[in-house]
Design a binder for this molecule. Structure first.
Ligand code: FE2
Length: 453
């Protein structure tokens, strides 16, 4: 809070603050979730009372208390019935009730196929010459990342939380496609809205409409998309990259030349080179097979193509032309003090290496046999990874927007401030106070004309 209100560049507080999801992990404290949200609200009020906090939905915002996509209590095993017996309560459509009741967010005007309005789940707003778009990647990811609870041991008793509520082992909410269907377009290895059953994915349709409008608007120069999960991440101890985002939304980010994509999910820092399109061929190798996969098989991970590896200079600061490629940033750190800033390396080539989730890694099993949830299934060499931070997991960024003098002149000066004293050592937690940084770890200019002769 101190850093947001008085950032390290000494120029005062920002107009507004972006959060890339997983705000406070209330989903893991069943029966005390409102209390966790209350504590979070009290903690952040020092800043949130002064300026808009604009969040994106993360997997930890999908809370227990619902087992049907319609949001109506159902009777699935381990679902609402079991939760109800444990004293748990229903938490709104898709389990997002707590989040949506605490943030009054711009309306996207979209009503879901089940009749629920989707206000706040994804939204857009323009500030100056920049269009900001918040999307909910829970809708397109392969990773079973929403509220779930798995003990990989047979006959393990349900977890009893601090407040006495039990989470039945194997409980999961998988919200993929909750705004409608996507289908594979094999020739482009992409996922596109599927109209065949009359319920195409509404968020993806809205996203394309919003991107097209922004890119064609004379008042918008740059487009910043933010979401929780990562299309590009080389974290080993974290989640890695999700093919679902690459298939569903990266074709749109390419088509409409999105300038920056911000994400969280990992508790670390990572920056990509500008990327555009993808490298043809099967650049992934199955390392941890999901059902239907064979270890060692190759898989098309739709690996983003690097557009540039050498920045130009603007007034002595390295600069990237985002008209040539989208830059992906993993920022922030999520809502816990468990760092994930160990990063993959291909031992053979010494290149950066990413885990990629290429199929649904759903929870499988039974109470008798035990439940299992795989991690990421494939590995790819990741030439797109430009910067990581194995030293300090957590940090924040300042984005200074300069609209320039003419349409198209906008630049964003980006500074990342790593916060020291949070390491990736086992057992190390960030407790107590720390000295806030006064110098950025990285500083770049992003713009659509930079480096042009
Ligand atoms: Fe997450």
């Amino acid at each position: 809070m101190t850093a947001i209100e008085n950032p390290g560049d000494g120029k005062g507080a920002p107009l507004f603050h972006l959060l890339n999801g997983d705000l406070c992990y209330a989903n893991l404290d069943v029966n005390n979730a409102p209390g966790v949200w209350r504590d979070f609200g009290i903690n952040v009020a020092r800043s949130a009372a002064n300026r808009p906090w604009m969040p994106a939905l993360g997997n930890h915002e999908c809370e227990f208390g619902v087992d049907t996509l319609s949001g109506k209590p159902g009777s699935a095993a381990g679902g609402v019935a079991a939760q109800g017996a444990a004293g748990n309560t229903w938490n709104g459509p898709y389990g997002f009730g707590h989040y949506l009741s605490r943030f009054l967010l711009p309306d996207n005007g979209v009503k879901n196929w089940d009749g629920n309005r989707l206000r706040g789940n994804f939204y857009a707003f323009q500030v100056g010459t920049v269009q900001f778009i918040s999307v909910d990647a829970d809708d397109v990811i392969y990773q079973d990342g929403a509220a779930n609870y798995v003990i990989n041991t047979a006959n393990t008793a349900p977890e009893v939380t601090t407040t006495g509520a039990a989470i039945p082992n194997g409980t999961t909410n998988y919200t993929r496609f909750y705004t409608g269907d996507l289908k594979l377009d094999a020739k482009n290895n992409s996922l596109v809205p599927d109209y065949s059953k009359g319920k195409p994915n509404l968020q993806t349709i809205w996203l394309e409409q919003t991107l097209a409008k922004a890119r064609h608007s004379p008042s918008v120069d740059m487009i910043v998309v933010f979401m929780h999960q990562c299309a590009l991440s080389t974290s080993v101890s974290g989640n890695g990259s999700d093919l679902g985002i690459r298939q569903a939304w990266l074709p749109l980010f390419d088509k409409y030349e999105v300038d920056l994509v911000l994400s969280g999910h990992e508790h670390d820092y990572e920056r990509s080179y500008p990327v555009r399109g993808y490298d043809a061929g099967e650049h992934g190798t199955v390392a941890a097979p999901n059902p239907g996969q064979t270890k060692g098989d190759t898989v098309d991970t739709r690996r983003p193509s690097v557009a540039a590896t050498e920045p130009s200079m603007v007034n002595g600061t390295p600069a990237w032309n985002t008209a040539e490629g989208t830059v992906y940033l993993v920022l922030g750190g999520g809502g816990t003090n468990g760092p994930t800033n160990t990063y993959g390396t291909d031992a053979a080539s010494d290149e950066a290496q990413a885990k990629v989730i290429t199929t649904r890694n759903e929870v499988v099993g039974s109470e008798a046999a035990g439940f299992v949830k795989n991690g990421a299934d494939a590995l790819e060499d990741a030439p797109w990874s430009a910067a990581i931070n194995p030293t300090d997991a957590y940090g924040y960024s300042i984005f200074d927007v300069d609209p320039g003098s003419h349409p198209g002149d906008t630049t964003i000066t980006f500074q990342y401030f790593a916060i020291p004293a949070v390491t990736n050592l086992t057992g190390t937690a960030h407790d107590g106070t720390t000295t806030l940084p006064s110098a950025p770890t990285e500083k770049f200019v992003f713009g659509r004309k930079v480096g042009k002769k």
